[in-house]
Design a binder for this molecule. Structure first.
Ligand code: GUN
Ligand code: ZN
Length: 439
């Protein structure tokens, strides 16, 4: 008989049961908030939560309660688009997308042919993710299959819910990264070994249209047709030079999105990073297929790619999520991603509320990845994946939080001023996987 352990944590609890809407206050019924709450875990799952005074009488007399009063618990942050293999080239100076790929990214990814390197970077990356409060991500490996074996093995050790895939690329890159005919066979082997194993899922990963032949993209589409439980991740319409190149490479396709549509890559489990340079017709086609865009604000600002149009997406009903896109992104933190999203929004006259931001980072991102029955909320039966936030982690943040009178103000101050120092603990699968060093 397996024994499931009970864990009780007393803290302020914040979660979103639904989209809070775009107003200054959350839509009724969307926000779940207990100022003095109790979170009750049973093994890997959340068993119950509620007001401490109401729930605590039902606990056994000797139940040990972790007292985190003064701290705030939210669902673990989710990153819908990130390249673990680019951790070491973050902040490489001054290029737009295509030069940045050639000068920094491709040479770096060549190093992942070495398994020991892939193992070391998988662990370094997961340490950083957990330090930032991120418990789930959709992750690009390199084109080497062992990069994904190393990554999933490291996730398994920490019992994390993660999606990942080996990059498919068979042209227009250095020889050391091109996979040719073995790309699809290696993908099939990785799916067999990892997809659906424990908390892991496989994302079929053609890098982007310029580095895959039509034949490779068609074969990727066949994998998806064969198994509707697989995910798909790639890039779309990030940079104007990229758009010109795609038009040149695929003269028969009516636009960039059509290249992916023709290969059968656009479906409800497809995530397209960026989607900056889209027209409303393309947004509608994505919406009709239930596909989503990963908005990567710090990356878009870093590479000068452009300003994602959230209002256009909302008007058309095209789903989007929030992502770091490390190594073009400049911040692993969910707080930092929201801060950049707010800044992009300001430049477009579309400011982002803290309600939208934190809903997006948790429940919204889970929904975009079709993982919303497992993660993204503090709710009974959900995975016990959450962050314990210390809102007074720095003298400045502490002063600012002291000045706030409402929850909305406090969340907005966190979104603009907090960083990984505010992540006191990160829990995954009912276990504390990261505790901040004393600061
Ligand atoms: N487009 C194709 N590959 C990449 C990548 O690695 N990063 C970004 N930001 N865009 C891409
Ligand atoms: Zn990317």
């Amino acid at each position: 008989m397996t024994v499931t352990t009970d864990t009780f944590i007393r803290a302020e609890l914040i979660s979103f049961a639904q989209d809070p809407g775009n107003g200054n206050a959350p839509e009724p019924g969307s926000l779940v908030h207990y100022a003095d709450g109790l979170l009750w875990l049973k093994g890997q799952h959340i068993h119950a939560l509620g007001d401490f005074a109401e729930l605590s009488p039902s606990l056994a007399e000797n139940a040990g309660v972790l007292d985190y009063r003064g701290k705030l618990i939210m669902p673990g942050f989710i990153d819908t688009h990130v390249h673990y293999v680019q951790l070491d080239i973050m902040a490489s100076y001054g290029r737009q997308l295509l030069d940045w790929l050639n000068d920094y990214t491709f040479p770096e990814e060549c190093r992942f042919a070495n398994h020991a390197h892939a193992v070391a970077l998988s662990n370094a990356f997961l340490d950083e993710m957990l330090r930032a409060g991120t418990t789930t991500a959709q992750v690009f490996g390199s084109s080497h299959p062992n990069s994904v074996d190393a990554f999933f093995t490291a996730c398994q050790t920490r019992n994390l819910r993660m999606l990942a895939g080996k990059v498919l690329m068979d042209r227009n890159a250095p020889q050391g990264l091109l996979d040719g005919a073995s790309g699809i066979a290696d993908t099939e082997r990785l799916i067999e070994d990892w997809h659906g194993r424990e908390r892991l899922g496989y994302s079929v990963t053609p890098r982007f249209a310029p580095t895959s032949t039509k034949a490779q993209m068609d074969a990727a589409g066949a994998l998806l047709r064969n198994d509707s439980s697989l995910w798909l991740q790639t890039h779309l319409a990030e940079n104007s030079g990229e758009l010109d190149w795609v038009a040149e490479l695929f003269p028969g396709s009516r636009d960039y999105l059509a290249v992916y549509e023709e290969a059968g890559l656009v479906g409800p489990r497809s995530t397209f990073a960026h989607g900056i340079h889209l027209d409303n017709g393309m947004r509608k086609r994505l919406a009709d297929r239930g596909a989503s865009i990963a908005f990567c604000p710090s990356s878009n600002l870093f590479l000068g790619s452009g300003l994602f149009d959230r209002d256009a997406a909302n008007e058309i009903g095209m789903a989007y999520s929030y992502a770091t896109d490390i190594g073009a992104g400049t911040d692993l933190s969910g707080f930092g991603t929201l801060k950049s999203a707010y800044q992009v929004g300001q430049l477009r006259g579309q400011p982002l509320t803290a309600w939208q931001g934190f809903y997006g980072l948790t429940h919204g991102n889970a929904k975009a990845l079709s993982l919303h029955s497992h993660i993204g909320q503090l709710a009974p039966s959900f995975d016990a994946d959450f962050v314990v936030i210390d809102p007074c982690s720095t003298p400045l943040l502490s002063r600012r939080i002291d000045h706030c009178t409402t929850l909305g103000e406090r969340l907005f101050a966190l979104m603009m001023l907090a960083d990984d120092r505010a992540i006191y603990e990160t829990w995954a699968g009912g276990q504390c996987q990261h505790r901040r060093d004393n600061i």
